[in-house]
Design a binder for this molecule. Structure first.
Ligand code: FES
Length: 182
């Protein structure tokens, strides 16, 4: 799978925003993943070539951060924190609720319609709002089954990405965004 012309242009424009070319690797991989759903070896090579950085460095970045996927995930992917504070405040129940609602039996399994998946991640730095998760480039705090249901319903009523030929959705609001090592 090759990147679209639009994604290539976005990636090529990144270096001018950073003093160090290597700083552009994370946002470039993010653009590639948003377009393709996950990072294929070809996409990583393309990013390396577009930014003119060592392919091994790009691969190292992609494999370090849990927010990058090297295998397909659902179109809507929830990153649920299951570290201590979140676990003490019900993260396991949240994960169980997500599994039941999207019809999967384990993390990273993709729902039958291909639209949903979730994974359990380490602390996302918002412990005071536990339990929490990252989804659609935003943090969602003090999760309850009702909040999860509302997000899933909103996602189900949105058009599938496959119906939006060539269009990359950008989030309208970003409460917070950050990467975390594996
Ligand atoms: S333990 Fe969940 S955000 Fe820190």
């Amino acid at each position: 799978m090759a990147l679209s012309k639009h994604a290539i242009e976005e990636i090529k424009a990144l270096p001018q925003r950073f003093p160090e070319i290597r700083s552009a690797v994370v946002p470039a991989l993010d653009i590639a993943q948003e377009e393709l759903g996950y990072l294929t070896p070809e996409a990583m090579s393309e990013v390396a070539s577009l930014l003119q950085v060592d392919p091994g460095y790009v691969e190292g970045v992609a494999t370090f951060y849990t927010l990058f996927h090297l295998e397909p995930v659902g179109e809507h992917h929830f990153y649920v924190c299951t570290n201590l504070s979140c676990m003490l405040r019900g993260a396991e129940e949240i994960c169980e609720h997500i599994r039941r609602r999207i019809g999967v039996s384990r993390e990273r399994e993709i729902s039958a319609d291909g639209r949903f998946s979730y994974e359990e991640v380490e602390c996302l730095g918002a412990c005071e709002f536990a339990p929490m998760m990252r989804y659609a480039h935003a943090y969602h705090y003090e999760l309850t089954p009702e909040k999860i249901d509302a997000l899933i319903e909103a996602a189900r009523s949105a058009r599938p990405a496959s119906a939006r030929a060539g269009v990359i959705d950008r989030p309208e609001s970003q409460e917070a965004e950050q990467g975390h090592g594996r």
